[in-house]
Ligand binder design. Structure first.
Ligand code: SF4
Length: 520
């Protein structure tokens, strides 16, 4: 497969990698300040061979260096392993692997074993009264891999296999006991890793020997950003694989039950589920398979559908940047006159989030929305606001009211909560989920085109907007880019126009032209 065409790198994934590299750099700087000459960094760069890095790491361990940053662990030729880890810390009897990640490693609660960054050793760990562990299985598997390499090289700490993670906040090390039975079925992280690793080694071995392949494509969530998708997509379509409709664990369960192709799934009887599925009800999978065979993106579940409408309507779309802040609240006003210009307006801040100016833009948005609501009520008109997938909007409505409490124009959290719970706040995504079966996902970018809507920007999308935002506010050291600000405003405007178009279409007679699930 080395020579096949691969999908270009996903820009959002590349950005995440760059952010993670920057995060690791900051953690290594913090550790260098704490430990000075006790910390050794293994040189890294395009001209430095991995074998040389392995040799330097081995020498550092033999010399008993207390902290080793960026080690390339000695190759384990017998076990078929190679790789590195972010940090090795020396305990009294050997080394312990520590991973540095840019995600959360704990949640509020208690019971996690943590130690401060200034003493990143398992023997300094205490039961944390303010944190509970987020299991993060992938982190544990990476740590188990490093642990096995350390064991093979004879440098692992004696006794219980412990391994640490420094997360997004980079204030403590969270410790995992790799020998505790915390995995499903009472397995340990090491046992889980061993089973998965030997499975992958067998797959790779068969490929290297040119034997019958032991692995084949099956669609999972990660396929969306996988470089091999162009190859797997062709193969899955050629075999009409059932995972094209029911992905992940459901595809495995269906194959076990003798349903390997979309055609076989489409032949199942609705109302007589063969097996329970986790991703969707079995009957929905059967209808989706039938829709797939007819090349239909969307079919409707019911003969008549109801979308709550009002005299005065506002479509709302919020734009946020990662977990850092909500920088724009865009609105499309339509319906009866409330002495406000109908159409689009945006309440935005171009100070990089998080910033206090975010409070100003949120307050202006809320004040405007409330004024429209009150004016509609004063005129005896009904009012509703719409969004697409309220999870995101609600999170930032409540989060902004909480974070900016007491600042000018910021509503009390209770007021926001009351609005969210009221009939005036409508989640169109929830209605789409209820009313439609979607063969290619339920995202607005997939559904709105069925209603005849198109985005002006051919690259419009949540992931791309992150990149535009960085340029718009000059996040990477460049001057702020006005063109990218305009692009974000246009993108946000099109999003609210899309929900507007979608609900108009759902309320119209045209919806009856859409194939009905019961007819398939
Ligand atoms: S099946 Fe999906 S995740 Fe696996 S290699 Fe193919 S595209 Fe990538």
């Amino acid at each position: 497969m080395r020579d096949v065409d691969k999908a270009p790198p996903d820009p959002a994934g590349e950005q995440r990698k760059a952010d993670a590299t920057e995060h690791r750099r900051q953690v290594s700087n913090a550790l260098a300040r704490l430990f000075g000459s006790q910390l050794m960094e293994i040189p890294f760069g395009p001209d430095i061979r991995t074998a040389d890095r392995e040799r330097v790491t081995l020498a550092a361990m033999q010399a008993g260096t207390p902290y080793i940053w960026g080690p390339a662990l000695p190759r384990d030729l017998t076990g078929g392993r190679r790789g590195g880890i972010d940090l090795l810390v020396k305990d009294t009897t050997g080394y312990v692997p520590v991973l540095v990640v840019r995600h959360k490693t704990s949640d509020p609660g208690h019971g996690a074993r943590t130690s401060p960054l200034s003493h990143p050793l398992p023997n300094g760990a205490r039961v944390d009264p303010a944190r509970k562990v987020r299991p993060q299985p992938r982190d544990q598997l990476r740590l188990a891999h490093a642990q096995r390499q350390l064991q093979a090289a004879g440098f692992a700490k004696h006794g219980r296999a412990m391994a640490g993670v420094i997360g997004m906040d980079a204030d403590v090390v969270v410790w995992h006991d790799l020998e505790a039975p915390t995995w499903p079925g009472g397995r340990t992280a090491l046992a889980e890793y061993d089973a998965r690793f030997s499975d992958r080694l067998a797959v790779a071995g068969a490929a290297a020997r040119g034997d019958e392949p032991l692995a084949r494509p099956s669609r999972i969530v990660e396929c969306k950003s996988c470089p091999w998708w162009p190859t797997c997509d062709v193969e899955l379509k050629r075999t009409r694989d059932v995972s094209l409709v029911a992905r992940g664990e459901d595809a495995i369960a269906l194959r076990r039950a003798g349903v390997s192709t979309v055609d076989q799934l489409a032949e199942q009887t609705v109302g007589e589920p063969l097996i329970p599925l986790v991703g969707m009800p079995f009957d929905d999978a059967v209808i989706l398979a039938r829709a797939w065979l007819r090349d239909l993106t969307v079919v409707r579940r019911s003969e008549r559908m109801t979308v709550p409408r009002a005299d005065v309507e506002v479509d709302v779309d919020m734009e946020s940047f990662a977990d850092l802040g909500a920088y724009m609240w865009g609105c499309w006003l339509s319906g009866e006159n409330v002495d406000e210009e109908p159409g689009y307006r945006a309440f935005a801040t171009w100070d990089p989030v998080p910033s206090d100016d975010e409070a100003r833009s949120f307050a202006e948005f809320w004040t405007w929305l409330t004024a429209v609501r009150l004016r509609a009520r004063a005129r005896g008109l009904s009012f509703r606001a719409y969004c697409y997938n309220e999870l995101a909007e609600n999170r930032w409505l409540l989060g902004s009211a909480e974070r900016f409490k007491g600042m000018p124009g910021i509503p009390p959290v209770a007021q926001v909560r009351e609005f969210i719970k009221s009939d005036a706040w409508v989640d169109l995504f929830g209605i789409v989920r209820e009313e439609f079966l979607c063969a290619h996902g339920k995202g607005l970018k997939t559904i709105a085109p069925v209603a005849g809507f198109t985005w002006r920007d051919p690259e419009a999308g949540g992931e791309n907007s992150m990149r535009w935002y960085r340029d718009a506010v000059g996040m990477d050291g460049n001057p702020p880019d006005d063109d990218q600000r305009r692009r974000l405003l246009e993108y946000n405007e099109d999003d609210v126009r899309a929900t507007h178009a979608l609900r108009n279409w759902m309320s119209s007679e045209e919806i009856k032209l859409l194939p009905f699930a019961g007819d398939l």
